[in-house]
Design a protein. Structure first.
Length: 116
């Protein structure tokens, strides 16, 4: 996304262009993702899911999930991970990751909370 010019993609390509070890190139890109101007959305999703787990536990009922979401929204916050600054339809990366998780992680408790 971002026309191939986002920090992590650019950094990975840049470091790789020096014929660096591919793992080091990837690590450089991941370090770029750690910055709040590029990877903050990912961090916010993980923080929100961690809070959900710490407040409710692993076996979340639909009612508990609805209550947690409404609590988030009523506090003036958004539910992180929904919507995208550029894309206006379902992000194809989400579709790919969801299909992977359905196949390989069907019993993962955190994933099961979101498959509904």
């Amino acid at each position: 996304d971002h026309e191939g010019g986002n920090v992590s993609a650019h950094t990975t390509h840049l470091v790789g262009s020096a014929l660096s070890d591919p793992y080091l190139s990837f690590a450089a890109g991941m370090n770029g993702l750690a910055g709040p101007l590029h990877g903050l959305a990912n961090q916010e999703v993980l923080l929100w899911l961690t809070k959900l787990r710490s407040d409710i536990g692993d076996d979340v009922t639909e009612d508990q999930l609805k209550e947690f979401i409404w609590k988030t929204l009523k506090s003036g916050q958004v539910v992180p991970g929904y919507g995208h600054a550029v894309l206006r339809k379902t992000d194809p990366r989400y579709t790919c990751q969801r299909e992977f998780a359905l196949k390989h992680l069907p019993d993962d408790k955190m994933f099961k909370n979101w498959v509904r």
